[in-house]
Every structure is written in C-alpha cells, then in structure tokens.
Ligand binder design. Structure first.
Ligand SMILES: [Zn+2]
Length: 418
C-alpha cells in the first residue's frame, strides 16, 4: 500500500461568465490524497500522513497527455546531429534510404528508443503509441527492441506498439513478417498509403484487415494520400472496418485528405468516419493543409495528437512537447479566448479535461487513477497559450518524472495578470 499527498495544487473548478461569454477559468487550491494509485480524497488542508508528500506550490494539476504517433525505433534522438537528405523521389526517397540506414542504426536503436521514451515521459506523456518498422531488412527486430525499451518503463506509463510495414505491405512483400510481428507482441496492425506505396488500394487494405482479424487487434494506418484519393481510401477502410467488426478499433494517422476536402465532401467523409468510429491522429502540420481538428471533434470524429518524429531521417523538427503542439493548434485555428484555449486540452488526453464543455468540474474525482501533471500555470488556457512548463509527472500515484519538489514562485502572481 503506497500513499501520496499533494499539497496546494490548483484545480480548475468552473468558468466565469460575463454577458453569456466565458471570460476566465475559476480555480481553487486543494490537497489531493492518493492511495494505491487512485485519488482517495480531495479537500482543503488534508492532514493524512503519506509515504510521499509533494508541495505543488499552487501549480496547476492537469490530466497527463498521450503521444499517439511516434516512431521510437528509428531516431537520431540522443545521437549526433544529422539533417535530412534532400527528397528526390517522393516518399520512396526515405524508404530506399531506410533499407541501408536502419540496419546501420540497429546496434544503438534500443538505447535511442529508451532515451526517446524517457524524454516523452518528461514531457507529460504517460501513454505512448509507437509505430515500429516491419520490413525485409529489419524483419521483426524493431518489434523486439521496441517492446524491450518499453518494458523498462513498466509502472511509469502505458504503451501500444503498431507493427508498421513502412516499405509497403504488398510492395515489400511483408505480409508474413507482419503476421509474425503480431505474434511477437505488437498490439496494433499498421499500414501506409495503399495507393502511393502499394499501388493496389483494395488488396492492400483487405490484407491489412485480414492480419488484424487474425491477430484480434485494431489498426492504425498512415494515409498521406491527399484529396479525393485519400478520401477514397478512407471510405474503403471504413467499409472494411464495419464488415470486420473493427469499428472503434481503427485509426487513420495524418489523414491529410481531410485538410483538402471542403463543404459537402468534408461533411460526407466526416459522417463515414464517425459511423465506423474511426479516429484520426495528426501532427498539426503547418507546411501543408491542417485537418479541421475542431470541426471533426464536434462532429463525432475523435482527434489525437502525435509528434511522429523528434529528429530522424524524415524530419529534424520534432520537440516531443505537446503543450507546444496544442499552442500551435490553437494559434493555427485562431483560438484566442479563454474558452477555446481551455477546450484544446482534450486533444492531448483522449478527451479527459478538468471541466466539461459547460464548465462542470469532472476531473479529478475520488476513485480516478492518480495520473496527473503539475504545470507552472494558473489555468490550462494560459498553459496552452503561453506554453507553460511541466514540473512533475505522476503515474498511478508515483512521481515518474520531475522531482516533485515544485517551489512556489513569484511568477505565479505575474501569471494572474496574463
Ligand atoms: Zn509515422
């Protein structure tokens, strides 16, 4: 039996309205007592004795984040600086590059994966979904090393591993390897651009679905194909997901085409995705059309966020900082008011927020898992807009990153004026 007492944490308790509009977030300073990984009691000046006592110093208590699209198995992170080579043959440039690069990186891939997971945890992610190469050069070695890397973080976070035929399920003839990867412990079946890479949309998606059915697992497929081509692929995937009973277990990563569709076409596609309970993960790209995040969420298609890369042969720009990503999302869609900024947190957490849409406090409640972040911010709207730092990460009632010794600082007062 382990216990933790968090003293003096700021909780969001409601919205303040003026003339029918939200103008501020109401907060209260509270103590939170945790037993055996669950919130047992929330109150003022709790006196329970605990194994661990954290002085939150009025830091904001928020739900932790999920990194829903990353590749921990192929990264330059923690290695020497290296920029990307120029693209000369579209996405195939990178695939051809990987055939030589990944075998070369194998001796230190495990160590880099661990460094990356550690960094993502420090950035407040207590759940990570990593895609993991399955291809003729690497075989299932990356599945093994990714599972090994995550096993070192047992008790600190939860994770999912997507078997990812990056070089094309059909193109690289990786079907057998994919089935083997699922037997070795991958938790989701991946895929990539059935048109651009595999050149056979139906057979590619059908084979992917077959593997998922055989393994009894869900799917998460990279689809970068744009506009009507991407839309055709989404429709086909939705049909197959419905037929195979994979509704609610299918994700489209990137879903770039949703950033291209407009008006009635976007409405039609949103309905198809919603009915098949297909969710979408985005990196919130700013160098190509961004998918309409808020529209999708409001029309029943859940949107999650992922960094995809920190630094690797695909991109040198990733930070692993989801508060920054929320800020980019908010700025991209011109969220400037308290309410819009407050609501962005849902994209980082799978929908968990302290307040519901109308301002009722819904988290944390007694009995909830004791997973939370302490952030040096006065409210989540400020945390997002001003990109405020995470000071402590708690998972199941234990400090898993940060030292838990947050000092009350004078900037808190300054923050009140923002
Ligand atoms: Zn990816």
């Amino acid at each position: 039996m382990t216990t933790m007492l968090v003293k003096q944490a700021t909780l969001e308790t409601g919205f303040r309205y003026e003339n029918g509009r939200v103008v501020a977030t109401e907060t209260a300073v509270r103590d939170v007592f945790v037993r055996d990984g669950k919130v047992e009691k929330i109150g003022e000046s709790l006196t329970e004795t605990a194994d661990t006592v954290i002085d939150a110093g009025k830091n904001l208590l928020m739900p932790p984040m999920r990194e829903m699209h990353i590749h921990v198995d192929k990264t330059y992170f923690s290695g020497p600086w290296k920029a990307c080579i120029p693209i000369t043959n579209g996405i195939l440039t990178r695939i051809e590059e990987e055939e030589k690069l990944l075998p070369k990186q194998l001796p230190f891939a495990l160590q880099r994966a661990e460094k990356m997971i550690e960094w993502l945890l420090s950035q407040g992610h207590t759940h990570i979904r990593s895609h993991c190469n399955v291809d003729p050069q690497i075989g299932t070695k990356h599945i093994e090393l990714t599972l090994e890397a995550f096993s070192k973080f047992e008790g600190k976070l939860t994770y999912e591993v997507v078997a990812f035929p990056q070089h094309g399920l059909l193109r690289s003839n990786s079907e057998k390897l994919m089935r083997e990867a699922m037997r070795k412990g991958a938790t989701l079946v991946g895929g990539v651009d059935p048109a651009t890479i595999d050149r056979d949309i139906e057979r590619s998606l059908e084979t992917t679905m077959d593997i998922a059915v055989e393994a009894g697992k869900g799917l998460d497929i990279h689809i970068h194909d744009g506009d009507s081509l991407g839309a055709f692929e989404f429709t086909k995937l939705a049909e197959l997901a419905m037929q195979a009973g994979k509704t609610g277990q299918t994700t489209i990563s990137h879903a770039i085409a949703l950033g291209d569709l407009q008006g009635a076409e976007l409405e039609r596609m949103t309905t198809i995705l919603r009915d098949a309970k297909i969710d979408v993960t985005s990196t919130i790209p700013i160098n190509r059309p961004t998918i309409p995040v808020q529209y999708l969420q409001q029309h029943g298609v859940n949107v999650s966020l992922g960094h995809d890369s920190l630094t690797d042969h695909w991109s040198p720009y990733g930070t692993g900082d989801t508060i920054e990503k929320l800020s980019v999302l908010a700025e991209r869609f011109r969220f400037m008011d308290e309410y819009s900024l407050n609501r962005t947190w849902q994209y980082a957490t799978g929908g968990i927020t302290p307040l519901d849409d109308t301002g009722n406090q819904v988290w944390p409640k007694e009995g909830d898992k004791a997973d939370f972040l302490l952030i040096d911010a006065v409210c989540s709207a400020q945390a997002v807009a001003r990109r405020k730092p995470i000071t402590t990460v708690v998972f199941r009632g234990a400090v898993v990153s940060g030292n838990g010794e947050v000092k009350s600082d004078e900037q808190k007062g300054a923050g009140q004026h923002d």
